[in-house]
Design a protein around this ligand. Sequence first.
Ligand SMILES: [Zn+2]
Length: 179
Amino acid sequence: MFEDWLRRRHLDTLRERALRYAANGWPVAPLAVPRDGSCPCRLRDCVEPHLVGEAVTDPVQVAIVWDRQPWDLALPTSSFDVVDVPARFGALLNQLLKTTCPTAMAPAHRRWWFFLVPGSIPAAQVRAADGVLHSGPDDWVAAPGTNLEYDGRVRWLVHPGLTGWRPYQRRDAVDEVFF
Ligand SMILES: [Zn+2]
């Protein structure tokens, strides 16, 4: 009984989080996250988190996807790039960008995730910083709030609500004056 209630509550929370992303124009996709050697997809012996469905933005679709299965949430990188860098770059970049760039942190290996307008930083530059660039509609990141075995519980440091749900747009002083 109590377990049912907990499960229902967990589902409600996931659905509400998914709806909030969708309502702000951020597609969300159901994500299976293996924990303690078993994957909620129950299909195979998964090691890595993986998508279990298409990205959705329509609230009705979101409600259907998160009605029965407590899938975690993935954010496909269709309308932003996610630049995933180690702490030595991430902490400094965060200090410079402050609250202008949606920023998350994956605590286990101290990785910082920056959400930028697609194409903001060339992939080679990200790689040179020991980083990973997530880009394009086929790529994705786990939504902050997700607890990953490898990365720990990812959390927002700068919530996208603070930037009007817009990824960071690079500007220099000239853009600032003439924009
Ligand atoms: Zn699986």
